[in-house]
Design a protein around this ligand. Structure first.
Ligand code: SME
Length: 150
């Protein structure tokens, strides 16, 4: 659950709209750190980047994660392929789920678009028992802002 969605989005917006090319990665890392802090229940927060034929691990906050995901695999791959937000309250019920951390039991994935094209997937993992659907709208807004830093 996000503690204060408006203040989180304001903080991300300030980073995303800062037009300083050499600070884009630093801004992305600080934005992901802010998201992780503002969702104390989150287990992992990060981004998978679309590359030639697959999605590869990008900036993240949390434990080491799988580095390469096919477009037809996992919540991340399906989110990319379908081009829509996926809210998965129980990952054991998601066919092809990719487990990177035994703590993760729920997941929200949001496509990140640049010029109308999905170029990355924003991924948040949670332990069991969180009302993750409540976070989805804020995470979609966050993903749109973070896309400006790609
Ligand atoms: N669980 C994801 C894989 C990435 S991790 O959550 C960091 C999936 O099923 O695509």
């Amino acid at each position: 659950m996000i503690k204060d969605p408006n203040s989180l989005l304001s903080a991300i917006e300030a980073l995303a709209l800062d037009n300083e090319p050499e600070l884009k990665l630093a801004h992305m890392l600080n934005a992901l750190s802010a998201i992780k802090q503002e969702i104390p229940s989150s287990a992992w927060v990060g981004i998978y980047l679309k590359t030639d034929g697959k999605l590869i691990l990008g900036p993240f906050q949390g434990t080491p994660a799988c580095e390469s995901i096919r477009f037809d695999k996992g919540v991340v791959g399906v989110c990319y392929s379908q081009g829509k937000t996926l809210v998965v309250p129980d990952v054991t019920k998601f066919p092809g789920y990719i487990s990177c951390d035994p703590i993760a039991a729920q997941e929200v994935c949001v496509p990140m678009c640049v010029n109308g094209e999905t170029v990355a997937v924003f991924d948040v993992d949670y332990p069991a028992g969180n009302p993750i659907a409540d976070d989805a709208e804020t995470l979609e807004k966050a993903a749109a802002l973070l896309a400006k830093l790609l």
